[in-house]
Every structure is written in C-alpha cells, then in structure tokens.
Ligand binder design. Structure first.
Ligand code: ADE
Length: 232
C-alpha cells in the first residue's frame, strides 16, 4: 500500500516511519511519503494559507495550493485521481475513524492524507478535491498531522507483516471476529499480585471454556458493562 501525506511538517513523519508497526509495514513493501505543501505552492514566498473571507481569526489553507500540490505529485488533475486513490482530508467534522473505516482504507492500493493547519482547509478542498473527510474524534487538534499518524497506524497495522503475530489484528477490539465489540481482558504473570488474582478459567487449561469466557467478556464490554463506562 502507498500512503502519501501532504503537510506543512513533513519532517514529523521521519520519526513516525521508524516506529512499529509502520516500520514493519514499510519493510514488507508499503510506502509512506510525507510531502510539504510549500514545495508545490504556486504562490510567492512559500505562501500556503490566507485570511478567511468574511473575517475571523486564523488562517485557512488555500484550495489552489492543495490543488497544485496534488497536480504536481501525481501529474494530473485531482478530479481525474478520484476513483484511483482515496484523497482523505483530515478534519474534526469528518467521518469518525473506526475499525470499519480503517479496514476499508487498508483495502486500498493508494491513499493520500491531507493535513490542515490553523483554521483548517478552504471548504472547497473537502467538497471537490478530497474523496473523503475523516475525523479522529470530536475535538480540535492544532493540525491534521497527528490525525494522519493515527489513521496510518490504524490502517497499516492491518497490512500483512505489520504486526509480529498476524492474529493480533484479526481478533482485536471492534473487529468482525468479536462482533464489533471491544476485546476481552488480558492477563500475564504473576497469576496473583498483591492479592489481585487472574480469573481461574485462564489458568485452567480448558481452551473451550477460555474461548467462551473471552467471548462473554467481550460481549459484556460491548454492551457497556465493562470497564471504561458505557458505550453508546
Ligand atoms: N484536524 C484537527 N483536528 C482534527 C481531528 N479531530 N480529526 C482529524 N483532523 C483534525
């Protein structure tokens, strides 16, 4: 899989690309490229943003700058790219990232992540240049870079070779195997610590009972009965 990130801070992604599971996915043949809007802006002095029409604080990433960056990177008009690659604008008001969306994106051959800064994008970026608008949560970050990293992590860990044990990505929280519910709790040694004991069933050696216990725990968490409070 090929992921391109358009950003004002491409250097942030050097560290990120060296971390697992990203590094594993890259070693297994995927590509992650971070490019700066400034390298492609047609405006003088590396300008990429402007003040909002109608007034108000902050700066808005310009539609012509994003358009020019996409055209330079891919050698064709952004609208011609639709259907060939998902162009995902990261914005607090977008579709909420969940496991289903991460799986959907992991099935793509190539995606482009557009990070905004300041007050975000000129809305025409989202309306016309992007194929998707994605949010990692209903809060506002200083920019889309961390959101792009979250999307990359959630997507790339699903790729073959990204995790040490490929079963980890199959039976995990919110996966279809668990019916979309959170994962069951895990324990390791010591079996008893400060009087806090591991559930007997897990050290019983009865695989069928362990499977049933885990399924019940996962279902209970999914119905809001587990730690971390109620789910919607
Ligand atoms: N950019 C700023 N905040 C964001 C969020 N919550 N999700 C995605 N992109 C963002």
């Amino acid at each position: 899989m090929e992921i391109d990130v358009l950003t004002l801070f491409p250097e942030w992604f050097s560290w990120f690309a060296a971390q697992r599971p990203i590094a594993n996915a890259l070693a297994a043949g995927s590509a992650l490229r971070a490019v700066s809007y400034r390298d492609y802006t047609p405006l003088a002095g590396g300008q990429v943003d402007d003040t909002p029409f109608g007034g108000g604080p902050g700066m808005v990433l310009r539609v012509d700058v994003v358009d020019a960056a996409l055209r330079s990177l891919y050698g064709r008009d952004a609208l011609e790219l639709h259907g060939q690659r998902r162009i995902v604008a990261l914005t607090p008001s977008g579709r909420l990232l969940d496991d289903a969306l991460a799986s959907e994106l992991a099935g793509e051959r190539a995606i482009t992540l557009l990070s905004g800064r300041y007050e975000g994008f000129d809305e025409r970026v989202i309306d016309h240049l992007a194929t998707d608008a994605v949010s990692i949560g209903r809060y506002v970050l200083a920019g889309g870079e961390l959101a792009a990293m979250v999307v990359c992590d959630a997507v790339m860990r699903k790729l073959p070779g990204a995790l040490g044990d490929c079963r980890s990505a199959i039976e995990e929280s919110f996966s279809p195997v668990l019916g979309g519910a959170p994962e069951y709790p895990h324990y390791t040694r010591p079996a008893s610590y400060r009087g806090w004991s591991v559930p007997d069933v897990l050290v019983s050696g009865h695989h069928e009972q362990i499977r049933a216990w885990r399924a019940a725990q996962s279902a209970q968490r999914g119905s809001g009965g587990g730690p971390g409070g109620s789910l919607p």
